[in-house]
Write a protein that binds this ligand. Sequence first.
Ligand SMILES: *Cc1c(COP(=O)(O)O)cnc(C)c1O
Length: 362
Amino acid sequence: MSRVYNFSAGPSMLPEEVLKKAADDMLEYGSTGQSVMEMSHRSKEYQAIIDEAEADLRDIMNIPDDYYVLFLQGGGSTQFSMIPLNLMNKNNKADYIVTGQWAGNAYKEALKYGNARKVASSEDKTFSYIPKTTREDFDKDADYVHICMNNTIYGTKYHELPDTGEVPLIADISSCILSEPLDVSKFGMLYAGAQKNVAPAGVTIVIIRKDLVGNAMDITPNMLNYKTHSDNGSMFNTPPCYCIYVAGLVFKWIKEIGGLEEIKRRNDKKAKLLYDFLDNSKMFKGTVVPEDRSIMNVPFVTGDKELDAKFIKESSEAGFINLKGHRAVGGMRASIYNAMPYEGVEKLVAFMKKFEEENLNV
Ligand SMILES: *Cc1c(COP(=O)(O)O)cnc(C)c1O
């Protein structure tokens, strides 16, 4: 067997240790005589799995007690509707910063339910930067402000949070959850689909301040009401059992290697290696302004579509897969989530160097 280096934006790589543990447990979990996939979600064994996953996540992210942790379904995209339905509930107003496609989708969905306002956008430069805002830019009466913290497609990231005053800040952290320490208390709510940095696709993690739950609009479908899930420990209906189990294994892996401080050290080191190469290359260029660069998603181009295509083809043949950029940006994108080893980036950079030498001025 030879495993490739998978630079996919999502679903993406999982740590090999986690895959091995899941494989060991596949036919029989503990001494239950069954796999986790076959287990009743009402069994005491499964209850222990979900409880431990929540406890480990709270521990790693240092989540305060006045926040719920929910394991939901529907992906990051279902949150785009759940957020306005549940939280545009005082003045029917919300402020959105549009820094890319996901942030834009969230904004468009909110327009259906109330007075959503686009406060700032970086669309003028193909979302290659994070727009600056001050407290005065936000409506004091807004029910919340929504941002996308790490823009998966465009490779930008908020390194400093916008100052929204008293208005709760909500962040989509689908592609940066668990990539570094984060002060949860600065947010009203955080959410992430699991398939970028946590688990297989199928579970969505919501971390929400308890006082924000319980005032959903009357039209809110029961399944889209946070209270339905917080009242029932994420077990109102059948949860995505197996995904939550794998997420739990990933949380344990993070704890074992030293928590989010260590994860950040590793991620910074990987990203620096790649960005330093891009900054010194005569062929490849990063597409994002340096101060707003993501440490998870690194888009780059050669400036020549044919050369991009050649690079994507040859890199894939060499075992570096899914480097093709999103159709909105073109070129290439290397997603270097937690599970991508340093060695994977090192080998990619060596490959890029060689490609540059072979193809420059030919
Ligand atoms: C992938 C992604 C989404 C969409 O997630 P789904 O689970 O596919 O709905 C939303 N926001 C961000 C930032 C993402 O990276």
